[in-house]
Design a binder for this molecule. Structure first.
Ligand code: SF4
Ligand code: SF4
Length: 307
């Protein structure tokens, strides 16, 4: 995700600073990278970035960066080390504190907000918390600071929320119509997810709702992408695929650090394979290959949607 800077320029290389956090204020059932508790000194992170000449960073990690008391110092140090683009991946809960929100916001170009449901009961269930209202208030604080256009919603598709995806788009349209992007991402069965089919829906179960949500986003004038869902599952909605958009721009479909696709039989014969994320091995482990359909279509013929 997070691949354009504040002037809208495509960024092919963005360094993920996985040591921006080491703990979290939520305990999500779907967490791919649970906090390790292992902490890196901020000066070491800044020194590493300076030596490597990195110009664009994404502050994420195993946990929630806003729980790191050194976050303001880290952001200031990165700017001092020559970093031009800073993206903060956050659940927005801590941003419900107006003063803290304003302090952090000054140094961040984009906020990728992990927000798994607009429905309070679903949000609290999947995050195993009672912090829905704080997250909503954090989002509102960003908007009140005039930063709504810098919000990117990161909405992981789960068994709990997949039927609500179209309604989620309606909520975004009503609450944050100027947000920069709605990024739907199909859950990976890593970390706390395990092989739990109650968390990981089948592609065929989620796809109808994904398509309606993407269509509604387009009609509402919201930019939207879908990540980690194969092109054959998306059908005529392939132009919304994040990995396809990467391929169109000359990048590898999958971002660095993400495991490659499973060597499925259908993919070996498929002309769309160079532009497709494929299915992950962990998905096929629980659902098998039956939903994948090879295609003779030229990937260049897919019409890309706004991104
Ligand atoms: S998904 Fe994000 S917010 Fe949720 S527990 Fe994991 S690190 Fe924390
Ligand atoms: S068959 Fe494989 S490569 Fe082809 S569209 Fe489906 S997942 Fe992608």
């Amino acid at each position: 995700m997070k691949k354009k800077n504040s002037s809208g320029k495509w960024i092919s290389r963005q360094e993920c600073l996985a040591d921006a956090s080491y703990t979290c204020n939520l305990f999500c059932r779907y967490c791919h990278n649970p906090p390790s508790g292992s902490r890196t000194e901020i000066r070491d992170v800044i020194g590493r970035v300076r030596r490597a000449g990195i110009k664009s960073v994404s502050l994420e990690g195993r946990g929630e960066p806003t729980t790191n008391p050194g976050l303001p110092e880290l952001i200031a140090g990165l700017r001092g080390a020559g970093v031009r683009d800073v993206m903060l991946s956050t659940n927005a809960v801590a941003l419900s504190d107006k003063k803290f929100c304003a302090r952090i916001a000054g140094g961040v170009d984009f906020f990728t907000v992990n927000f798994p449901s607009h429905a309070e009961d679903v949000y609290n269930r999947v995050t195993r918390s009672v912090k829905y209202r704080q997250a909503v208030s954090g989002l509102r604080n960003l908007a009140e600071l005039g930063l709504e256009e810098r919000i990117r919603f990161f909405h992981i598709i789960l068994g709990d929320n997949c039927r609500l995806l179209p309604d989620f788009v309606e909520w975004v349209k009503a609450s944050h119509p100027r947000c920069s992007l709605v990024n739907f991402t199909f859950v990976r069965n890593k970390g706390r997810v395990g092989d739990d089919k109650a968390i990981v829906p089948a592609y065929s179960e989620a796809a109808p709702f994904v398509k309606i949500a993407l269509a509604r986003a387009k009609l509402a004038g919201l930019k939207a992408v879908i990540q980690n869902m194969p092109l054959c599952v998306l059908g005529n909605f392939g132009g919304f695929s994040f990995e396809y958009q990467r391929w169109r721009r000359g990048d590898e479909p999958l971002e660095g650090g993400i495991d490659g696709p499973a060597p499925a039989a259908a993919c070996r014969l498929c002309r769309l394979a160079p532009a497709c994320c494929g299915a992950r091995p962990d998905y096929l482990r629980i659902y098998g290959e039956g939903e994948l359909k090879s295609s003779d279509a030229d990937p260049a013929a897919i019409k890309p949607e706004r991104f």
